[in-house]
Design a protein. Structure first.
Length: 368
């Protein structure tokens, strides 16, 4: 009996997807799901973010994670739908370029501070949690909204530290992407709290940027969130890929140069805040768009995607690509899927890699 990996390999080369009524109906169903999640996200953000006040958006993902760039672009789209254009955001920064004095000048005593969403609320990615804690502690009088996150703490002490800092703030709102995260907030945190889909849904449905050239793209984490001991080293003889680096792209060279100037010349940067913020907004947008384009092209190479990354799941959904999802090390993807995307006709969930490639093979056969 052949293995699931052999069955997946044996299907190459394969013809293009069927374009019949059944496939069209499925895509329409998933487009409707995307539209529903996009509108839900806009409604939550419109309710959570006070209007007619200065706005800052912090923690741009200036690193090689396509999903976090998709989140940032979704946030810009969402805020625009809520009447807050990118040009009206008074201050943007990443962790390295953050300057408390510049933020204070931008938002005053009552401006709104938005902290980027994602999956780094906890102690796995400590630099981002420490950054959030520092901002919340430094701005006790400003409304602060933590955009949709998944929460995971390994160490009780780290959780209690966050609880202590956050519970001192009287105008803090925390949005989360799954029910276990919400339940933890309800147990421990005094902040306003609500579930919200991932911000990347506000990008909306996307067209495939390239035609598929292989049966399966296996996009696997190669970091501490992988549940597999080989950390993304492939499966049997099926090679895995992870989000590629884009630091050499022109947009990233320019953006990193602007950021490096702000880090190396903080006093000068404060005096040039207005023009530097104009450049920062433009460079962040270009960097995020480039990273999203690179990730979309990677996923679109496959007729089917197998992945343990949440945003490979979300982007496959936006791109209309059938895909099989494996969980990460602590259940983040299953929790998100259970909350928002069980209605997708493009998505299947697998417990093991053997099962994932078995299902991927079935998806390919169904669409031939």
């Amino acid at each position: 009996m052949s293995t699931s990996a052999e069955r997946a390999r044996s299907l190459s080369p394969a013809p293009q997807f069927k374009q019949g009524t059944e496939v069209s109906d499925r895509r329409n169903s998933d487009d409707n799901l995307i539209d529903t999640l996009r509108q839900k996200t806009i409604d939550v953000i419109r309710s959570a973010v006070p209007r007619d006040r200065p706005v800052a958006l912090l923690d741009f993902p200036r690193y090689s994670n396509v999903g976090d760039s998709a989140i940032w672009l979704g946030e810009i789209h969402c805020l625009a739908s809520c009447g807050i254009a990118a040009r009206d955001i008074r201050y943007m920064c990443d962790v390295a370029t953050y300057d408390e004095a510049s933020l204070r000048d931008a938002v005053g005593n009552d401006g709104v501070i938005l902290l980027n969403g994602g999956g780094n609320f906890g102690d796995l990615w400590a630099i981002h949690q420490q950054f959030r804690e520092a901002v919340v502690a430094a701005f006790p009088n400003n409304p602060i909204v933590i955009l949709p996150q998944s929460i995971h703490f390994r160490e009780p002490g780290a959780l209690e530290r966050t609880v202590e800092i956050f519970n001192r703030h009287t105008q803090l709102t925390i949005l989360v992407r799954d029910r276990p995260s919400l339940e933890l907030l309800q147990q421990k945190f005094s902040a306003s709290k609500e579930m919200c889909p991932d911000m990347a849904f506000c990008i909306g449905s996307l067209a495939r940027p390239v035609r598929p050239e292989q049966d399966v793209v296996y996009l696997a984490r190669a970091d501490q969130e992988s549940q597999f001991s080989d950390d993304g080293g492939g499966f049997r003889d099926i090679e895995s890929v992870d989000w590629p680096e884009t630091a050499g792209a022109r947009q990233w060279r320019i953006g990193n140069g602007i950021a490096d100037f702000q880090v190396d010349h903080r006093t000068t940067a404060r005096s040039l805040r207005a023009p530097l913020q104009f450049l920062t907004r433009a460079s962040y947008h270009a960097m995020a768009k480039e990273r999203l384009a690179v990730g979309s092209r990677l996923l679109a190479r496959g007729r089917v995607v197998v992945t343990d990354r949440l945003h490979a799941h979300i982007l496959s959904l936006l791109l209309g690509i059938p895909h099989v999802v494996l969980d990460n090390s602590y259940g983040k993807i299953r929790r998100f899927h259970d909350a928002w995307t069980t209605g997708s006709t493009l998505t299947a969930f697998a417990k093991t890699r053997e099962e994932a490639f078995e299902v991927a093979g079935a998806m390919l056969r169904e669409r031939h």
